[in-house]
Design a protein around this ligand. Structure first.
Ligand code: COA
Length: 162
């Protein structure tokens, strides 16, 4: 069985991530969306909230699992029997960082490969930080995230609460 891992912070999940998840789920027999429990990067949403928003966004797919992980990605991949890491590339500027990560992961675990999917042009400008910034100023985020995630963002920026 071809098990692939799509790791990230997903703080929160955007349409850009969903596009990658949908396409990766067609390549993998089983796709694991793995949320990094990252102590270095301060996040708006807790890991549990991020997992819940992802699960809500991908519930129509039956070959996708959503989990959190800590520590090295390659150790997590080994524990799951996964040999393919999926990453989205939005623009050339992503490449250097992604190349470094992919090479490091392969040095750490020679059986792992990273597969890059080009992010849909529609979402090539998108990042979770941009979405949070627009939401914090009460801007329209309906083109960036699902209605469910938009509600959760509104909840975080209290001014929106009814
Ligand atoms: N659509 C929209 N946004 C996208 C996107 C897409 N297709 N692809 C990436 N992004 C955005 C994310 O929203 C995120 O935005 P933000 O910085 O505003 O939050 C940004 O790009 C970074 O993406 P993300 O996928 O969350 O990467 P990351 O750098 O936070 O985490 C890990 C990457 C989890 C894979 C990496 O940190 C990791 O493996 N950590 C574990 C430790 C480890 O093993 N280290 C050794 C490897 S070097």
């Amino acid at each position: 069985m071809k098990i692939c891992i799509y790791p990230g912070s997903f703080d929160p999940i955007t349409y850009g991530h969903i596009d990658i998840i949908e396409r990766a789920s067609k390549i993998a027999d089983k796709l694991i969306v793995a949320v990094l429990n990252n102590f270095d990067k301060s996040s708006l949403f807790t890991v549990e909230e991020r997992l819940e928003m992802i699960r809500e966004s991908i519930k129509k797919y039956d070959n996708i699992e959503v989990e959190s992980f800590e520590g090295l990605l390659v150790d997590y991949a080994k524990s799951k029997g996964a040999r393919i890491i999926i990453r989205g590339l939005r623009a050339v500027t992503d490449f250097e960082y992604e190349l470094q990560m992919a090479q490091t992961n392969r040095e750490l675990y020679s059986d792992i490969d990273t597969m890059f999917l080009l992010t849909n042009l529609k979402y090539s400008y998108l990042s979770s930080s941009v979405v949070k910034q627009v939401a914090s100023y009460e801007g329209d985020i309906s083109k960036f995230v699902t209605p469910y995630v938009a509600e959760k963002l509104k909840g975080k920026f209290n001014r929106y609460n009814v």
